[in-house]
Write a protein that binds this ligand. Structure first.
Ligand code: PLP
Length: 391
């Protein structure tokens, strides 16, 4: 059926924003043990850093890659608290859980910051950023979320980057769930650093994140970070001098990631991967719309990463039951994160293609039949909230 068959019988597809479904060959790459100080592993680390810079499309004289152990949040924290100095001030652009988490990270270390909070799903616009920066000369950095995974909105990074650069401030990007599938070349976007992790669009397994940054920004980060293990400058400095990670590296995860990078390149890099995810999204969204489901966002804001759907208004619909019925058919979906209306999310990323997405739609149809839900149409107030967004 699919060109991405389930590698092991009974293993479900993860329609989530990571950890996600990985290829068998990525899992297989972990069947070996490496000494962290050994030359073989140091070569793997060097290769990892170099290939990520190639993927970014950045010149190696000006940019560098610093991997950091832990989940993505550890790398975000390392970037923010290392690059924003104690006397700096950040403008955090929030429209969901990850923007809020960035602000919380700065609150923990007492870094000065203001938040432009657009609620659950409205995009922060370039003009708004320009106005706030003009009004507050103390702001040194802007923190933006590329794809806000809690709603699936693809934020307008181009205009945010232009507004930030025009005001002479520095941009830090959480591109966790977008990097590798949505282009972000430094020739098109001006930024100091971006952060992503092993288990999102590159389709590796979880265990580390990485910061891609201007070398000048890494050098300026010296002495800023109040944490030992999350000090990005210290990690960079040690890697440059010894080729090693400062503390135990996730050796198997790195091996899996190198295989995942090879598969990413074979698929046509960022363009190829992005095209498959877009097709996944289009097949899944149009199939669900045929069943009556509606998306939270209008088409122009739908990312090819994850899509939020309103729960149907039909009183027979129960999300817990729907989740179980989807799982019984081999698909793990994701609860919604909206505060106002009931919703759920379906991811488009991971080792899945359009055939899998058609099977996801068929499974949803079957689940509705079993719950005796005649139409998946959302409640009127949910649609009204979306209309308010467009207005
Ligand atoms: C996944 C993700 C993170 C990191 O989450 P972890 O659970 O720590 O891996 C950060 N930002 C965004 C936008 C994400 O999608």
């Amino acid at each position: 059926m699919s060109s991405f068959p389930r590698p092991e019988l009974g293993e479900p597809y993860l329609l989530t924003p990571g950890p996600l479904t990985t290829s068998y060959s990525v899992k297989q790459a972990m069947l070996c043990d490496w000494g962290s100080w050994d030359g073989d592993f140091r070569a793997m680390t060097a290769e990892l850093r170099s290939r990520l810079l190639d993927l970014l499309g950045a010149g190696k004289e000006d940019y560098d890659c610093v991997p950091m152990q832990g989940s993505g949040t550890f790398a975000v924290e390392a970037m923010l608290n290392s690059m924003i100095p104690p006397d700096g001030k950040a403008l955090v652009l929030a429209n969901g859980a990850y923007g809020k988490r960035a602000a919380q990270t700065l609150a923990y270390t007492g870094r000065g910051h203001v938040v432009l909070d657009k609620g659950d799903y409205l995009p922060p616009l370039g003009a708004e950023v320009a106005q706030i920066l003009a009004d507050d000369p103390a702001i040194t950095h802007v923190v933006a979320i590329h794809c806000e995974t809690s709603s699936g909105i693809l934020n307008p990074l181009h205009e945010i980057s232009q507004a930030t650069a025009a005001a002479g401030r520095k941009l830090l990007i959480d591109s966790m769930s977008a990097f590798g599938a949505i282009p972000l070349q430094p020739s098109e976007y001006s930024f100091e650093a971006l952060v992503s992790s092993a288990n999102k669009c590159i389709e590796g397994v979880p265990g580390f994140g990485f910061v891609l940054a201007r070398k000048s920004a890494l050098a300026e980060a010296k002495g800023n970070c109040p944490s030992l293990s999350l000090d990005l400058y210290a990690q960079w400095d040690a890697m440059e001098k010894t080729g090693q990670w400062r503390f135990t590296p996730p050796t198997h995860v790195v091996a899996a990631f190198l295989q995942a990078l090879t598969e990413h390149a074979a698929e046509g890099g960022v363009a190829g991967r992005g095209a498959r995810y877009k097709r996944n999204r289009d097949v899944m969204v149009s199939g669900r719309r045929d069943l009556g489901f509606e998306t939270l966002l209008s088409d122009e804001w739908l990312s090819p990463i994850i899509v939020t759907f309103f729960c149907p208004a039909d009183p027979n619909f129960d999300f817990g039951r729907f989740y179980d019925l989807m799982q019984d058919q081999g698909f793990i979906i994701y609860p919604g994160k909206l505060t106002v209306v009931e919703s759920f999310r379906v991811g488009c990323i991971g080792r899945m293609d359009a055939d899998v997405m058609r099977a996801v739609v068929a499974a949803a149809k079957q689940a509705l039949v079993e719950m005796n839900v005649a139409s998946a149409a959302p409640p009127a107030e949910a649609v009204a909230s979306r209309m308010a967004q467009i207005a």
